[in-house]
Ligand binder design. Structure first.
Ligand code: ZN
Length: 271
């Protein structure tokens, strides 16, 4: 009797679980009977008054997770939004004007209070005829200043040298970036040198060995100094030289400081 019930129970269970298992993959269907066959048949089991509930079908989670299913998701990760690549356009203009950029030393960018916008470090400007003009030391300045300086060297100063029947070779006594107040005076407003927007210059040297000191007093070189003054005051918004104040009696300072109403300063009493 008990055996008959078990037999009937088995048949019903098999039918029901077969129907349920049909909703799962064939692997589940194949595994289910093996599990039930493993059940011990106990003669002490209470007589079933109702049809035994079918064993729950194996959970789909028990199936081995197909490893490849997750991979396409990572492949389809949306690409990062496109960002403009490369240096600011100013760097390209600088190179176009003959500037030859060098790596900027880390020491030039370490102090945030004297940060330079788009810094450019360079020592040479290439001329259209293949020649080079060298600065006696490398300077680091703001790119917009570097562009104007390269153009001044390449277009204006080179043309002045040609009129002197020579070629420009070097800028001497150059000073660019300096993290300090104006004229080095404590408490004074911050210098344009601190933002890489200025240059100090003592003189020019030519390929034929001649040179001109901008603070010099040789009468024969006065026309050349006056021509240099016209060109530098035409390009830069501040020019301070001998005669401006005590700090500039032996060199020329020029920068691209922006002032209200486009005010410019050209203070250099050429001798
Ligand atoms: Zn200066």
């Amino acid at each position: 009797m008990a055996a008959r019930f078990r037999e009937r129970g088995f048949v019903v269970r098999a039918l029901l679980s077969g129907l349920l298992a049909l909703t799962f993959v064939p692997a589940v269907l194949a595994a289910a009977p093996r599990e039930r066959q493993g059940q011990p048949a106990s003669s002490n089991a209470p007589k079933p008054t109702t049809v035994a509930a079918p064993l729950p079908p194996p959970r789909p989670a028990a199936l081995p997770t197909p490893a490849k299913a997750a991979e396409p998701a990572s492949v389809e990760t949306p690409a990062e939004p496109e960002r403009p690549a490369g240096p600011p356009i100013c760097y390209a203009v600088f190179a176009e004007r003959g500037g030859e950029a060098l790596p900027t030393p880390a020491t030039e960018t370490q102090r945030p209070e004297c940060a330079i916008e788009d810094p450019v470090t360079f020592r040479e400007v290439n001329l259209p005829d293949g020649g080079k003009v060298t600065l006696d030391s490398a300077i680091t300045v703001r790119c917009s200043f570097a562009v104007e300086l390269a153009a001044w060297i390449r277009d204006d100063l080179s043309a002045l040298a040609q009129k002197e029947n020579t070629r420009l070779a070097k800028l001497t006594g150059v000073g660019g970036h300096a993290c300090r107040p104006r004229n080095g005076v404590a408490g004074a407003p911050i210098s344009e040198h601190a933002s890489g927007n200025a240059l100090d210059l003592f003189g020019l040297a030519f390929q034929d060995g001649r040179s001109v000191s901008l603070a010099g007093k040789e009468p024969e070189l006065k026309p050349l100094r006056e021509a240099i003054q016209r060109s530098v005051c035409g390009r830069f918004t501040t020019v301070l030289g001998p005669g401006a104040d005590a700090s500039h009696k032996d060199h020329l300072h020029f920068d691209l400081k922006e002032r209200a109403r486009g005010l410019r300063m050209c203070q250099w009493a050429v001798e």
